[in-house]
Design a binder for this molecule. Structure first.
Ligand SMILES: CC(C)(COP(=O)(O)OP(=O)(O)OC[C@H]1O[C@@H](n2cnc3c(N)ncnc32)[C@H](O)[C@@H]1OP(=O)(O)O)[C@@H](O)C(=O)NCCC(=O)NCCS
Length: 237
């Protein structure tokens, strides 16, 4: 993990133009926040790109094979605009292996403790609070008004839906998904690739690869990992 210590809101203007991976709803939200944070978004990569030239005014630069082009990688910064944690993790993994620059994108309305750490490609959509000693691994995405308590750790590509609240010393495994407005009390853990339903209150540890809903949250079913990589980059080589 490339850890960026955030000591204050950055006023430094990035130099390279930024490319967003994806061209769906999450990508367009990300585009707006990236612009607000001072990045220069010039286009998107769309895995299904054929002859599409633009979506909502955002130029489509090509398909996933562009991520194998070393000069393209060197000349740009990248942000993964995909909500699904598994897909975001797979694209993030490819980007970092290719040596891509994936800066954290932080809406200036958010607060990040000087003692928190953010990995590559972390997104703080807006009005977030990341408290003392919290650690957000690469490609974690916090939607609007998510708070993360002191000492909590969100593993790679965790997605936290709008208004979700994570108390102190919580452990969220990689690719886990916190639904809209859920609450997680202190010192519990949520296993990798598990989904917490909207509005749930998590009061006990939740195992990996399950869906849990309600207050207190109870496991209702398995959430099997998609192992065929159909959510990941679509490469011809
Ligand atoms: C938990 C969730 C993933 C389950 O979705 P699903 O796999 O399609 O499951 P279903 O809709 O078939 O629901 C299964 C059961 O759980 C219940 N359920 C689903 N979501 C629930 C929730 N959030 N709270 C309480 N119960 C819930 C359903 O009523 C259903 O109960 P039943 O079997 O008694 O009828 C989904 O409902 C959810 O909460 N997603 C989060 C959405 C979100 O936060 N989006 C943010 C986008 S930015």
């Amino acid at each position: 993990m490339i850890v960026v210590q955030v000591t204050r809101m950055s006023s430094q203007r990035p130099i390279k133009p930024m490319v967003i991976i994806g061209s769906g709803g999450h990508a367009f939200c990300l585009r707006e926040i990236a612009a607000l944070a001072g990045f220069n978004v010039i286009g998107a990569i769309d895995r299904t790109a054929t002859d599409i030239q633009q979506v909502n005014g955002l130029p489509i630069l090509g398909g996933d094979d562009l991520l194998l082009d070393s000069s393209f990688i060197q000349d740009h910064q990248f942000a993964v605009g995909i909500g699904n944690p598994v897909a975001r993790n797979r694209y993030g993994d490819l980007l970092l292996r290719q040596g891509a620059d994936c800066p954290p994108i932080i809406n200036p309305s958010s607060y990040v403790s000087a003692d928190a750490s953010l990995g590559a490609g972390v997104l703080l959509m807006g009005m977030n609070a990341v408290n003392h000693g919290a650690r957000l691994d690469d490609f974690v995405a916090l939607d609007w008004q998510v708070t993360v308590g002191h000492g909590s750790h969100l593993g790679r590509a965790v997605f936290a839906g709008p208004g979700s609240r994570v108390a102190g010393d919580v452990e969220c495994g990689k690719e886990s998904y916190l639904g809209l407005g859920c609450q997680v009390i202190e010192k519990v853990s949520i296993g990798e690739h598990s989904v917490i339903g909207a509005g749930a209150t998590v009061t006990r540890n939740i195992p990996a690869n399950v869906v849990a809903v309600g207050s207190p949250a109870k496991v209702i079913k398995e959430n099997p990992l998609n192992t065929d990589h159909s959510l990941g980059p679509k490469l011809s080589g």
